[in-house]
Write a protein that binds this ligand. Structure first.
Ligand SMILES: C[S@@+](CC[C@H](N)C(=O)[O-])C[C@H]1O[C@@H](n2cnc3c(N)ncnc32)[C@H](O)[C@@H]1O
Length: 319
């Protein structure tokens, strides 16, 4: 037998009606889903999120033709495994826009990039600047950073750069790869940047703008769940932006994630978090606060000094 929906094949013996739009998810079903979501993504859903979960799942359950009980039963079966990713996507918050939290982008332009360049005693020395937008959602944060780096690097042709952007949700990563945005998300992009980095949509794409290919090529989007190791990105980032992500995790998880992200920073690298996120840092994180929501990993001075020594040694041997 073939059927379009695997779920209806599994659940048919106990067919349930799709939930009534006014019907709230049952207490037991809510607890089951909240536990399952926390075990896969560490996203914490307290009892106050029952209405939110109901609202986010309603259309999915209607599409599948099951009620909350049937949905939970399905998730317990091997055939329900792929549905868990969809469940996590449905409950996670993906809200974002270009140049959200201006302080981070000013810091990147005025402090991080000039400091990185000044650590090379010779302008022609090769080097690669790497930034990671961790929890990137649909890509606005990664492309905002990419525009700044692109502009900066025009004066430094011997340097290469790359932006990595990751998220737990396949759906947002697919959207981000397309790089198509509505004007509402682009309100903070200057006219000049719009002209330089975007193409205007016409016909069916009227009212949208697409990031130009030269910039899209510099941003690599991948799925990454912070709690599945190993990560598909290499260590040694100059900047990690992990913003408005940790608020969804409990304190212990935030602490571990800070440790992991700190391990992925190069010495002297910067971690940028959301303004509302009270980052828990301890000595072992090796992070010191430099701005209200920007932290720096120790070791920058040592790194610059050792690079200078290495360059001086090379100079001597070539004299
Ligand atoms: C509110 S958005 C933040 C977007 C952007 N960083 C900003 O500040 O505008 C939070 C993102 O974190 C992602 N996320 C949640 N849990 C995650 C996890 N365990 N691993 C990776 N990404 C996760 C969500 O899918 C969502 O896209």
């Amino acid at each position: 037998m073939f059927c379009n929906s695997a779920i209806s094949c599994i659940i048919v013996p106990t067919v349930q009606a799709a939930p009534n739009p006014m019907e709230m998810i049952g207490h037991r079903e809510f607890l089951f889903l909240a536990d399952l979501i926390a075990s896969k993504s560490r996203i914490q859903l307290g009892p106050d999120k029952r209405a939110l979960v109901t609202a986010r799942l309603h259309r999915r359950l209607q599409k599948l033709g099951v009620d909350y009980k049937g949905y939970c039963e399905f998730l317990k079966t091997p055939a329900g495994m792929p549905e868990i990713r969809i469940l996590v996507e449905l409950v996670s918050t993906n809200f974002t826009y270009f140049f959200r939290e201006q302080e981070h982008f000013d810091c990147l332009r005025e402090m991080v990039l000039p400091e990185w360049i000044s650590s090379f005693p010779h302008p022609s020395t090769a080097g690669k600047f790497r930034l990671w937008s961790a929890g990137s959602s649909t890509g606005e944060e990664a492309f905002s950073a990419a525009m700044i780096i692109w502009d900066f690097m025009q004066e430094h042709p011997s340097k290469d750069w790359q932006v990595e952007a990751t998220d737990i949700s396949d759906r947002v990563i697919d959207e981000a790869r397309k790089g198509i945005y509505r004007t509402k998300q682009l309100q903070r992009v200057s006219r000049e940047d719009l002209r330089q980095f975007f193409l205007k949509g016409t016909g069916p794409y009227d009212g949208t703008f697409r990031v130009k290919p030269f910039l899209r090529k510099k941003v690599n989007f991948q799925r990454l769940n912070f709690f599945d190791h190993p990560y598909p990105v290499e260590k040694g980032f100059q900047v990690i932006i992990c913003r408005n992500v940790m608020i969804y995790f409990d304190r212990e998880t935030q602490h571990h994630l800070c440790q992991t992200l700190s391990d992925y920073l190069a010495p002297g690298g910067y971690l940028m978090v959301g303004h509302s996120e009270g980052l828990i840092t301890t000595f072992e994180h090796q992070l010191e606060r430099v701005l209200p929501s920007v932290w720096r990993k120790s070791g920058n001075r040592e790194r610059i000094a050792s690079r200078r020594r290495a360059d001086q040694a090379t100079e001597k041997t070539t004299e």
